[in-house]
Design a protein. Sequence first.
Length: 626
Amino acid sequence: AVAVGISCVSALVVCPALCAMLMRPAKANRVAKNPVGRMLLGLNHGTRKAYDKVYGGTSRNYARHLRGVIGHRWVAPLSLVVAVVLLVFFMMSLPKGLVPQEDQGVLMVDVTCPPGSNLAYTESVLDRVQAIIDKDEDIRTYSRTAGYGMMGGQGAANGMLILRLKHWDERDGLQHSSSIKKLMLMGQFMKEIPEAQIFAFEPGMIPGYGLGSNVDLHLQDRSDGDKGVFLEQTQEFLRVLGERPEIQMAMTSYARNFPQYQVEVDAAQCKLAGISPQAVLSAMSGYLGGAYVSNFNQFGKVYRVMLQTDPKYRTTEADISNMYVRSGKGMAPISQFAKLTPILGPEIDKHFNLFSEISCMVQPAQGYTTSDAMLAIEEVRRQTLPDHITYEYGSISREEYETMGSNQTILIYAICVVLIFLILSCLYESFLVPFAVILSVPAGLMGSFGLAWLWNQVSVGLGRMFTGADMYVIGQVENNIYLQTGVIMLIGLLAKTAILITEFALERRRKGMGIVEAAYAASEARLRPILMTVLTCVLGMLPLVAAAGAGANGNRTIGISVVGGMIVGTAAILFTVPVFFIFFEYLQEKIRPAMKVEADQQFLQEKAHSQQEKQAAQEENDNITH
């Protein structure tokens, strides 16, 4: 019952045709019986008079200007050319992206201490990070972990924190948003804890596509050369990249100076003792790293048995002499077969698509998108890296890069327009008249991208005024999947609005009215429903434009794309569709003169039928009178 009521309410509010069917005109001599009724009746009467006055003036002005545009028909094709040029400019100028980063109320902090740091030192660094976080009033709760980092993985020198911010209603103002809070915290970390590499970022918008919204970059050495040289080239690349204005920070947690022991097994000694080198390495792994050996049942549960030496017996190189392995002659110390050599090296080496790689994290600067950062990465790579060192993106950055390199969006727009054209061709039985509808779409797209571009310019202007920096103070609008979704919806709305004029004009033309007069009459008759449709759509989208809190960036992008497109597109429809209809209908009748003959015959038949009905009615009246 609730669903039916809610649906009924939407139809009554949104659908003008249904309102016209259900609502009855008020009687002219209607008199209210009480003061409240008289007040409401007077208010209704005043509102109706004001509406009639405003709409009447709007209709007269529209008719006057429309006659001027029809008289100067070159204005319509010229406006189409201007709209296409501006559309290309706005599309090229608008920053690109996949999905906008939203304030999810969560920040993630990755901590990488100097190589060789033990867990106690990492804990001390996390204590200093925690002291900075405790002073921030926007952070409600947090959790910390030592021994594991989101970028470096497992290791004594790695740590991480997850911060939960206060509710959006309690963080009013740009300086309290997660994006600005992230930059402020990173500035404090770099200033107060310079010895550690601390990276703050927001979680990714799509679960399963990486940890954050930054660029996940994987540099690859396709020559399989020396990893130390590769690291030096990577560090130079990141240094130059970090100097670009589009980049806030470019870093890698990879290092080759972790203190390690190189294990060399003497195969000859192993053979003399009757054991294999694999057995020696397996025993060492169990003592030092741990090994799963069995299960046991107790109290109805299954427990795993893990074998590992107590920490105090595996802290120095000499402890290996107290670790034994079973040989053919009994138990023998591992030190008899294995030699430990102190060296420096990477904590872990990784490969990406079978190539030696170094993972990097690149954070765009405030006011720039990940797409801008990707363009900067390509330019710096050509300047600083040899040809055999390439790169690939991971997680959501990979999807965004593939989207940037393809023309999927333009193809989708083209498919939408072609489908609308084919449907209209079937409706009008013509391949020319639908162009009157199709050619009104570019102006709407220009309005959509134009308002998004203007929004960004105003936002940056306010940022320069209040902060002295190029930053977006009211949210940046990107050419992402939200805007593209709004544009696809806009194409359908604009086509539907243009059909209101062309369909009515065709009906008038088929009844014998001239092409110009049919176009003019259709535009004047359909002005009211067109304005009602546009106002309903625009007013419904305004709350999305002014959205705040969770999901604000996506809602704002959809709202701006639809509002700008509907306003500009409707203005173009009202003045250009009649002109295009005149032109294409004239061509249609030149190509198929039979349509004009059919229209004239239909007009004569309807006229004769009308005269017959009048004559029959007159005879019936005469018979009744007689």
